[in-house]
Design a protein around this ligand. Sequence first.
Ligand code: NAD
Length: 331
Amino acid sequence: MKTAVFSTRRYDQSLLRAANADAGHELLFLQDRLTAASAPLAAGCPAVCVFVNDEVDAEVLAILAAQGTRLVATRSTGYNHVDTAAAARLGIEVVRVTDYSPHSVAEFAVGLLLAVNRKIARASVRTRDGNFELDGLMGFDLHGKTVGVIGTGKIGAIFARIMLGFGCRVVGHDVHPNPAFEAMGGRYLAVDELLACSDVVSLHCPLFEATRHIVNAASLARAKRGCILVNTSRGALVDTEAAIGALKSGQLGGLAIDVYEQESSLFFQDLSSTVIADDVIQRLVSFPNVIVTGHQAFFTEEAIGQIMRTTIDSIGAFEAGRELVNRVPAA
Ligand code: NAD
């Protein structure tokens, strides 16, 4: 089936081609992000494949529907960038990748935590410059500390298990408690209780209206002073301006983020020769106790290979009229 694949980079193209070798779909690779302006590039494509920063809102979906698109396949678990209600109204099916290595993201969250706590990135920059001084590089033992996990689904539960292996006490908050989390030794708390007692808070819940800015000025004020916040889930879970205020006052002891609320105009591109107009991200990266990565937590061979295979399978299932096992229900 002819499929317009937006926001593709070299690795997307080679891995999707490999996954598509037997299926033989006609893939039209586009580097552009999907927006109302770029949507006409998908004219005549019954399927459109997107990524996390594509704009799949009502306006774009209406253009796609008018051009004959009937399937949107997102190469991600999260689908907050797709207006699923508008898609349903327009008769467009939406599929995602429900299951791919959750270890990829959980392990990256642990890496970010270690990097910000033990100042690993700072130290590496220093030694390249011949500076082997330890001043400013002190962290704290994770062993014996309390780690709060908000969202204890597939990724959050694996993150929790790894932290238990470090000898941490793990507490969680979730609207749908996961029995596996409790069985491994995690204890559920209300979100405020979790914030009050956690030395580290890691976010692993999806972005919904109910979770937008779940970390905000009020919740940060209730957090344990000096705690480290890790966000590998979605940028808008955190009110970034509030986090900056908490970093300035010392209420937040460190921040490690792989996602950022305004990332769509920045991430997945090389802007190193450009003047970046976003003052918030520039302020964030100026803190010595902040680490920012560009939405790469999923980026392992295992995870991305599975993402591409599932995406091709979903396109094949749609074409053959088979059940869409990774269908996103309308909101
Ligand atoms: P999942 O569905 O298995 O788990 C999400 C958990 O969050 C569920 O247990 C759910 O009940 C819980 N939840 C929902 N609303 C909540 C709320 N209001 N408060 C607390 N918990 C709530 O999903 P997953 O596979 O573990 O993925 C989690 C998120 O990670 C995704 O939604 C996505 O945003 C993010 N993610 C990021 C990357 C990356 O590369 N940075 C990659 C994959 C996924």
